[in-house]
Design a protein around this ligand. Structure first.
Ligand code: ADP
Ligand code: MG
Ligand code: MG
Length: 251
């Protein structure tokens, strides 16, 4: 599915190396988690994979189903099945949430050579999926994320994900700023999407999300590298002891 080898990334604007050789291999149908101290490069990794401007790849590779991601435009990556749920979802004044979703879904269908969804089919699907995420009809009519609470924005990200049916889903601190109930809704939404052909990379600061979205593999990232990988017990170790033990063990 996703294969990252020796990925090195610096900022375009300044001479600052952020990723210093990241290796990561995610098989179909698996859930990987990345944890790590603030500033270790977790968001940078997700941005670079999704094609955000401002970063320069100085080494290594990243492929999705064998195709070179780093060579593609963001929309080509999306058409191939990559989805990123942002740590800080953006507000888009003037663009209705429903219109945004429908445009995104149909653009992706077109890129995949599929017919557009009819208005009726789209409406049925979006209402069903919104309902399961406890997103009410009113929120579907409002401009994208404008005036949404933190929890509503994150649930809206998951709604986008559910509608686009990606095969590789990256969630960047989707739990940050959420209370326990909102986090559980998000986790349920993600769990409902788990399937044999779909993989997840869940970036999180806290172990508690991983109580609800059970990862197969947990990675610890620090200073631009993945310094340790293991099973779910690694997340518990971090929860109990912080990162200090792992950092000094690796050093
Ligand atoms: P994390 O998500 O693990 O907290 P980030 O990927 O956000 O880490 O950041 C990694 C490092 O890169 C940090 O030191 C951060 O300050 C720096 N960084 C990332 N993006 C930028 C940017 N656009 N301008 C300046 N510094 C940046
Ligand atoms: Mg951070
Ligand atoms: Mg981050």
């Amino acid at each position: 599915m996703l294969e990252i080898k020796g990925l090195e990334v610096k900022l375009e604007e300044e001479d600052k190396q952020i990723l210093k050789g990241v290796d990561l291999s995610i098989a179909p149908g698996t859930v990987h988690a990345i944890m790590g101290p603030n500033g270790s490069g977790k968001s940078t990794l997700s941005y670079v994979l999704s094609g955000k401007d401002g970063y320069e790849v100085t080494g290594g590779s990243a492929t999705l189903d064998g195709e070179d991601l780093l060579d593609m435009e963001p929309e080509e990556r999306a058409a191939l099945g990559l989805f990123l749920a942002f740590q800080y979802p953006v507000e888009i004044p003037g663009v209705g949430n429903m219109t945004f979703l429908r445009t995104a879904v149909n653009a992706q269908r077109k890129a995949r050579g599929e017919d557009e969804l009819s208005a009726a089919d789209f409406l049925k699907e979006v209402r069903e999926k919104a309902k399961s995420l406890k997103i009410d009809a009113e929120m579907l009519k409002r401009p994208v994320n404008v005036g949404f609470s933190g929890g509503e924005k994150k649930r809206n990200e998951i709604l986008q994900m559910a509608m686009l049916e990606p095969k590789m889903c990256i969630l960047d601190e989707t739990d940050s700023g959420l209370d326990v109930d909102a986090m559980k809704l998000v986790a349920d939404g993600v769990n409902a999407l788990r399937s044999e052909g779909r993989s997840f990379l869940v970036i999180t600061h806290y172990q508690r999300l991983l109580d609800h979205i059970k990862p197969d593999i947990v990675h610890i990232m620090a200073n631009g590298r993945i310094i340790k990988s293991g099973g779910p017990e690694l997340a518990l170790e971090v929860e109990n002891n912080g990162y200090a033990d792992i950092l000094s063990e690796v050093a």
